[in-house]
Design a protein around this ligand. Structure first.
Ligand code: FE2
Ligand code: FE2
Length: 170
């Protein structure tokens, strides 16, 4: 059994801590699924600008892993338990894993854009829920939200450039 400590850092929070831990565990599950989605997509991707897209996908994968690290550490600070079993990931996640069965670059990008949009919604909600009630989680959610917004833009830029490239070749 885990030792329960009455932390001042938890007792100051004016929100439902269990509800917040549940939201963070859903986010943690989504980060791991996003990590794998990016990583396996980077291995498989083919089509125009393959090398550039592959590098971007790998960079995003690393950043999702960094988010998982930050979220897990915050759950522990809140006296919660980060999701222990990977089998729980797809049950807890609202942002679903999409297997990259079609490795074509535009399909892979579209799958990851859907994931980013879902992640943006997730951190927007955590940021709103913790606003003025839990400054530490709020700051964390805003920081990750900024990264996810940037990820969405990076992928959107590739979609635009690939479409311009296709037009130019016509
Ligand atoms: Fe993330
Ligand atoms: Fe992301």
């Amino acid at each position: 059994m885990k030792e329960e400590i009455n932390k001042k850092g938890v007792s100051i929070l004016s929100l439902d801590v269990q509800k917040l831990i549940d939201m963070l565990n859903a986010a943690l599950s989504e980060e791991w699924l996003a990590y794998y989605q990016y990583w396996i997509g980077a291995q498989l991707v083919e089509g125009p600008m393959r090398a550039e897209v592959e590098a971007e996908l790998l960079q995003h994968a690393t950043e999702e892993l960094g988010h998982a690290d930050l979220v897990a550490k915050r759950i522990i600070e809140l006296n919660g338990t980060p999701v222990l079993n990977p089998l729980e990931w797809s049950k807890l996640a609202r942002c679903k894993y999409e297997a990259p069965e079609d490795p074509y670059v535009e399909t892979i990008l579209a799958q990851n854009i859907r994931g980013e949009r879902c992640a943006i919604q997730r951190y927007q909600e955590i940021a709103a829920y913790t606003d003025k009630a839990d400054y530490v989680t709020h700051k964390l959610a805003v920081q990750i939200l900024g990264d996810e917004v940037e990820h969405e833009k990076d992928l959107d830029d590739f979609v635009v450039d690939i479409s311009l490239l296709k037009k130019a070749l016509k």
